[in-house]
Write a protein that binds this ligand. Structure first.
Ligand code: ADP
Ligand code: ASP
Ligand code: MG
Length: 436
């Protein structure tokens, strides 16, 4: 994993004294610098913006310097993406960014106005105004640099900065967005650049759970989760934090908390592994519906075939995730099954069909009705039998595993979409994660 060149590297979270949560007593005399991020449901209408603004007011009145990062109102980004797709099938990514970034502009302005109405000095900031500089990968840009100097200067004048999340400015001076869910990354990167004392992610759940609480009602809130596990959870589908935000928090020692914007209670702290006293073998279960499976039937079982299949997909910027090659009964032909993002399925099929002669396969099967279910835990490094529990549990429910992949701290299986909820609930119970 690379270290992003966001300025403001600070000591690791492990080296700091606890506590840092806003709900835990801290030195009332000491002023802190805080980044508060509000997601789409937390700013879904004017009333909710007011609710979020009251939380900001509380921190300002406690004497803290505050930068607020806001998402678009719930549903707005989806609607804007829809407009793009209706207008242009294979769209220009720079125009996509110009359109979809607009949702955050509205909420940043509204939040600044609301704060002003409360008598708080506040100013909104778009990505280019700060600036938040990104690379040129429009639609999924990475932050390269943030100049926090003007915001810090205005903190000195008692002003709150309201930053539009999800956006920056690319080297060609155009608006760039950071990928879906990217406001989390804006918030953590701004916190790193401003050398903030903490970054609070306010959302519609009161923390990170053992799995998505909307799918498994018995999911349990996790008090502290390690960066490594949170990274895996996020990259395997738990959308509560964008993966990149966790990477930046880990690399820059940003103290990160996920908490509810509707209830006053402690959330989940994302911390270094050494800070976790009682380590579970499996700490969470994630799922991703953004999966599709492709099988090439009867490809030649000889050197170079995998390169012929995956080379053209790589050239088309299509990522292949899980791969399984079946045993060849005659030593000559084999089936190759692999997964791609569901959004890439049509393109992948097109690429493979146009390379049919070069690859040499009898037929191509594709299936978009699959989900990837993953169990995650750093304890897997030292405990055997975790995979076996997963396989046995799914077998007992009559759920067929289509593809398996593993890494040091996770096991993923691909199953038919219709079994997603049943599989997640059964696994949650099997690993002893159910709430009492
Ligand atoms: P926001 O708009 O605040 O950014 P998101 O919808 O992006 O919120 O993320 C919060 C959602 O993430 C929750 O409503 C929940 O359904 C989902 N989620 C998925 N996995 C988890 C998990 N392990 N813990 C908590 N929430 C999760
Ligand atoms: N509004 C953007 C999205 O829906 C960014 C975010 O909410 O984090 O993806
Ligand atoms: Mg989000």
């Amino acid at each position: 994993m690379d270290t992003p060149p966001v300025p403001g590297k600070r000591q690791s979270a492990a080296a700091r004294p606890e506590p840092w949560s806003s709900f835990v007593e801290s030195d009332p005399e000491k002023m802190a610098r805080i980044v508060m991020k509000f997601g789409g449901t937390s700013v879904a209408d004017i009333g909710r913006i007011e609710n979020a603004a009251r939380r900001v007011q509380r921190e300002v009145e406690a004497g803290h310097e505050v930068a607020v990062v806001v998402s678009a109102m719930a549903g707005v980004t989806n609607q804007l993406v829809g407009y793009v797709q209706e207008t242009s099938k294979i769209y220009d990514a720079r125009e996509y960014d110009a359109i979809v970034a607009s949702g955050e502009q509205v909420t940043a302005g509204l939040m600044a106005l609301r704060l002003q109405e409360m008598g708080i000095s506040a100013r909104s900031w778009l990505g280019w105004q700060i600036p938040i500089r990104t690379n040129e990968v429009h639609g999924k840009a990475r932050i390269e640099d943030i100049d926090g100097s003007e915001i810090v200067r205005r903190f000195g004048e008692g002003q709150v900065a309201v930053v539009a999340g999800f956006q920056g400015v690319s080297p060609n001076n155009r608006i760039a967005t950071l990928g879906r869910g990217g406001s989390d990354t804006s918030a953590v990167a701004v916190a790193a650049a401003l050398k903030a004392d903490r970054c609070d992610i306010y959302t519609d759940v009161d923390g990170v759970y053992t799995t998505d609480p909307r799918i498994v009602p018995k999911a349990r809130k996790i008090e502290k989760i390690s960066h490594e596990e949170m990274l895996e959870m996020a990259s395997l589908g738990a959308k509560v934090l964008q993966t990149r935000s966790v990477e930046i928090a880990m690399n820059h020692g940003v103290r990160l908390q996920v908490l509810s914007s509707f209830e006053d209670k402690p959330g989940t702290l994302v911390v270094d592994e050494e800070e976790i006293v009682e380590q579970q073998v499996v700490s969470g279960i994630a799922y991703s519906r953004d999966e599709a499976k492709i099988t090439l039937v009867k490809v030649a079982d000889k050197p170079g075939v995998a390169a012929n299949i995956f080379g053209p997909l790589t050239d088309a910027s299509i990522n292949v995730d899980m791969i399984v090659q079946s045993v060849s009964p005659d030593g000559e032909r084999t089936d190759m099954t692999f997964t791609v993002a569901r959004t890439d399925l049509d393109r992948a099929v097109q690429v493979l069909k146009s390379n049919h002669d070069k690859i040499g396969y009898e037929s191509l099967l594709s299936d978009g009705d699959v989900v990837k279910i993953s169990v995650i835990g750093v304890g897997m490094r030292s405990h055997a039998g975790v995979a076996q529990t997963m396989f046995r549990t799914l077998a007992e429910k009559g759920i067929n595993i289509q593809v398996i992949s593993t890494s040091e701290i996770k096991i993923s299986t691909l199953v038919a979409e219709e079994y997603a909820e049943l599989a997640m609930r059964a696994l949650h119970t099997a690993y002893g994660l159910d709430a009492a």
